[in-house]
Design a protein around this ligand. Structure first.
Ligand code: FES
Length: 76
């Protein structure tokens, strides 16, 4: 199992968030712009339709970004 397990965060409907796809942000799982200097990856924006909580991927291996899809469990 990955050391980078998903994190549950509170989201607000209509607010746009940027998920870090490079895994280098100090503010993981939210992008802090680090990819601009250290990666060719880009953040993934998402806007929840309802207030609530979502499991965001921390391992960057998900096939359903920004949400955890269980891929972290399959890493070596
Ligand atoms: S943390 Fe679960 S797929 Fe990345």
């Amino acid at each position: 199992m990955s050391e980078k397990s998903p994190v549950l965060i509170d989201v607000i409907a209509g607010t746009t968030y940027s998920w870090c796809s490079c895994g280098l942000a100090e503010t993981m799982p939210i992008c802090d712009g680090t990819h601009k200097q250290k990666s060719d990856k880009r953040s993934v924006k998402f806007t929840p339709e309802a207030n609530g909580q979502v499991w965001l991927c921390m391992c960057t291996k998900t096939q359903n970004p920004p949400y955890c899809d269980g891929s972290h469990s399959h890493e070596n």
